[in-house]
Design a protein around this ligand. Structure first.
Ligand code: FE
Length: 145
């Protein structure tokens, strides 16, 4: 049985202390990094993508695909309880925002134009993610951006 994830709650002042200004802007202020600017768009290594704010495992490299968008794209989440989805009507668009279920940080958006088998495209900011390479999984302190 999986243990219930404990929610992580920090004040915005606390988040500012532990995140870089760019991370803070995207994760806590729902910013968007410039396309093709992030660390992970071209990453093809095998491993797990985690939330850059709280470390929760979010996406597997097995579901990553090249979307042409300039942002890391996945057709599925590791499990649905890792994210919360929220309607986002900002910038005169109708989008579904993807939020880390553990710490409430903004990750990106999900669209319905992804590949099989789900048809979903989770379009995620690189700056919202860390990456754990497969062979490094489980080793402490081996996370890299
Ligand atoms: Fe998180």
């Amino acid at each position: 049985m999986q243990l219930a994830q404990k929610a992580i709650k920090k004040s915005e002042e606390e988040w500012k202390k532990v995140l870089t200004p760019e991370q803070y802007h995207v994760l806590r202020q729902k910013g968007t990094e410039r396309p093709f600017s992030g660390n992970f768009y071209y990453n093809k290594e095998k491993g797990v993508y985690t939330c850059a704010a709280c470390g929760q495992e979010l996406f597997s490299s097995n579901t990553k695909f090249e979307s042409g968008s300039g942002w890391p794209s996945f057709y599925d989440v590791i499990s649905n309880d890792k994210v919360r989805l929220k309607e986002d009507t900002s910038y005169f668009m109708n989008r579904i925002e993807v939020i880390c279920s553990r710490c409430g940080s903004h990750l990106g958006h999900v669209f319905e134009d992804g590949p099989a088998p789900t048809g979903k495209r989770y379009c995620i900011n690189s700056v919202s993610l860390n990456f754990k390479k497969e062979e490094e999984k489980g080793k402490k302190g081996e996370e890299r951006k």
